[in-house]
Design a protein around this ligand. Structure first.
Ligand code: CAA
Length: 287
């Protein structure tokens, strides 16, 4: 069955971008958060992304309006009943995600595909929250931030995921103009397995006084041609998110290079989560 109606759970950094790219290719999107104001804030973020594209002459004003017109917000999870695909991009916590998936499973139509945007949690662990039939339709679909700029999807099959589900996700990725890479259902999948040791090592260097945050970031930007330095990138992803991913990698794989650095744990405990709180390894003026 073609995917025309998409339910996106979570309107944060990833969720709003996922909603945007689907609406941009003509899908009808319902953007869900348990608090309506948060869903609306996600839609406002999409509106300002589209506005920037119009201002740069990359998008016509009527396309902006049409894309926004395809995105509805809701605080009612039962709206998943209208969906061909549900994408979950909520906080990276296994209990939060499994509780939501169980709730969605009860309301979604039998044909709906369930895709988690988890960045590190095993797909089989999440799929355990849904009924036997749905497990064949449960898959990992991991996007990268900023979603409208990063044309990559990591596709992770669980042990029950069907060939039809994989084919449907690949077909959708082609419509989105995104490249698919297939990862085994192992901690951190492919990209975070590569990225997190880099971020952790930059943090350990910072912790031991190897260089300032600016110099470490400039080293990677100019010396390695990375678009962002590792500390700046960690602030952008969210330090709480990075900590969660490193813990999954360290617990699951054991190697020391995945161990979360002390400075990261301390920043998160102090509530300094990066760009979203205005302070992490760097500081960010409000707005
Ligand atoms: N949403 C939509 N579009 C955005 C955007 C956003 N949040 N931020 C930037 N853009 C667009 C801009 O509009 C601009 O588009 P045009 O070139 O068409 O005009 C383009 O991206 C470049 O933006 P800027 O010129 O403002 O800034 P830049 O050149 O410094 O690029 C960046 C910004 C794209 C974010 C770049 O710094 C970059 O690629 N950074 C690395 C991002 C990265 O590594 N992401 C992966 C994180 S890991 C992850 O997501 C997975 C996980 O599980 C943790």
């Amino acid at each position: 069955m073609p995917i025309e109606r998409v339910f996106v759970a979570g309107a944060g950094l990833m969720g709003h971008g996922i909603a945007q790219v689907h609406a941009a290719i003509g899908k009808r999107v319902v953007l869900y958060e348990p608090e309506l104001a948060r869903a609306e804030a996600g839609r406002d973020r999409i509106a300002s992304n589209l506005e920037r594209a119009v201002a740069k002459g990359r998008l016509a004003a009527d396309e902006r309006d049409a894309t926004l017109g395809r995105i509805e917000t809701t605080a009612d999870p039962v709206r998943v009943a209208e969906a061909d695909l549900a994408v979950e991009a909520v906080f990276e916590d296994v209990d939060v995600k499994t509780a939501l998936w169980a709730q969605l499973d009860a309301a979604a139509p039998a044909h709906a595909i369930f895709a988690s945007n988890t960045s590190s949690i095993a797909i089989d662990r999440l799929a355990a929250a849904v009924g036997d039939e749905r497990r064949a339709k449960f898959v990992g679909m991991h996007f990268f931030s900023p979603v409208p700029v990063m044309p990559l999807i990591e596709l992770i099959r669980g042990s029950a995921t069907s060939d039809e589900t994989e084919a449907a996700v690949r077909g959708l990725a082609a419509e989105l103009g995104m490249q698919v890479i297939a990862s085994a259902d192992r901690p951190g999948f492919i990209v975070n397995r590569i990225l997190m040791p880099l971020l952790a090592e930059a943090m350990r260097g910072y912790e031991e006084g190897l260089g300032s945050a600016d110099d470490i970031d400039t080293g990677a930007k100019i010396g390695l041609r990375h678009p962002m330095g590792p500390l700046e990138l960690a602030d952008f992803i969210g330090l709480d998110v990075c900590l969660g991913i490193m813990r999954v990698l360290h617990d699951g794989l054991g190697q020391e290079h995945f161990r979360p650095p002390r400075v990261l744990v301390e920043l998160v405990e102090a509530g300094h989560l990066g760009q979203k709180t205005g302070r992490g390894f760097h500081t960010y003026p409000s707005g």
